[in-house]
Design a protein around this ligand. Structure first.
Ligand code: F2R
Ligand code: MG
Ligand code: MG
Length: 301
């Protein structure tokens, strides 16, 4: 078994960006030839993942106000990256003086957001704390609170971060399989919505369900609880190959860039950067910078 943590850090962040870039070309479309549409340009998913990494590196760990200000700075430089409505509102409130850990509570009539935005960007947290589960849980939750305060939004981010961590660790142990991976997630979350979907994921894997049933049971939409475990499933169903996993993910339709990004982060963390097709890496926007962020996170270990 290939064992190189540095390569897995690179694979995770590059995999996230590649999955986003692949998926954003297919958003809302039926299944297409992924090779012909890939142009390497990514969206808010990667833009925010970069913000998380930049802030973790600058502070050698989590600093909520710094991360919020990093999101705001990046958003103001490139607001056209396809952000949904929630984060830009939160950024305006923080700029007007609302504390970083209070602003997002106002979204959706005070319910907070359960969009998948906190999960799509969380991969750097899964890497930095892959060997410290409680720190991972704390920071994945805390970074969510900048924009997503609904329990389903925060728990989605925590599960996605832990999935990245498991992928890094699973790659170092030849004895794991898909069912053990799901069992570990089951032991990690007490949220009933996610636990129900984890049980479904086991059934879907056992029966080799078709795409239609996967989407019906796990979801493929913008809510965290209808996309995070879909991404985990895409990785597990295509455990052996990065390209198969992200191609399968983006062909499920719906929120294709985000399910692609989350699948790519997990699968890249498992396989390492060499497993990502070279022609995709070569075309990827800001590849060198994303690789540097991965290197810097790895150097913090
Ligand atoms: N499709 C997008 N963004 C829309 C882009 C439109 C833009 N005009 C353009 O094309 O340039 N993709 C990106 O958005 C998703 C991540 O969203 P995030 O960051 O979680 O945002 P938000 O606004 O907090 O939540 C998204 C939607 O979820 C629903 N929702 C969330 N909480 C809710 C609640 N408490 N009650 C009801 N609905 C809730 C809403 O529909 C939100 O709009 C990613 O796909 C990313 O790629
Ligand atoms: Mg996006
Ligand atoms: Mg999306």
């Amino acid at each position: 078994m290939f064992d190189d943590t540095r390569s897995r850090f690179l694979g995770c962040l590059i995999g996230c960006a590649v999955g986003d870039a692949l998926g954003c070309r297919l958003e809302g479309l039926a299944s297409l030839d992924v090779e012909s549409v890939f142009d390497g340009r990514w969206t808010d998913d990667t833009h925010m993942m970069i913000g998380v990494a930049e802030s973790l590196i600058a502070n050698k760990g989590f600093n909520g106000n710094h991360m919020a200000q990093t999101f705001i700075k990046n958003y103001e430089q490139e607001p056209w990256r396809g952000y949904a409505s929630g984060p830009p509102k939160v950024f305006r409130w923080i700029k007007s003086g609302v504390p970083w850990d209070e602003a997002a509570k106002q979204l959706f009539g005070g319910a907070g957001s359960y969009g998948n935005g906190a999960a799509m960007r969380v991969a750097p947290v899964g890497l930095l704390y892959y060997d410290d589960t409680e720190k991972l849980r704390f920071v994945a939750h805390a970074q969510s609170m900048i924009t997503h305060t609904h329990e389903l939004g925060t728990e989605g981010a925590v599960i996605q971060a832990y999935s990245v961590a498991l992928a890094v660790k699973a790659s170092q142990s030849s004895e794991w399989d898909s069912y053990e991976f799901l069992e570990k997630l089951m032991g990690f979350t007490s949220n009933e919505t996610y636990r129900r979907k984890l049980k479904k994921a086991v059934e879907l894997l056992k029966e080799g369900a078709d795409r239609h049933k996967v989407v019906k049971e796990l979801g493929n939409s913008v809510e965290a609880h209808n996309s995070v475990l879909t991404a985990v499933y895409c990785f597990l169903r295509n455990w052996g190959n990065f390209k198969d996993a992200v191609t399968y993910a983006v062909n499920l339709g719906g929120d294709t860039d985000t399910i692609g990004a989350m699948t790519g982060a997990i699968s890249g963390a498992y396989h390492g950067v060499e497993a990502i097709p070279e022609q995709w890496r070569n075309k990827l926007e800001r590849r060198a910078y994303i690789e540097k962020l991965a290197e810097d996170l790895w150097a913090l270990k």
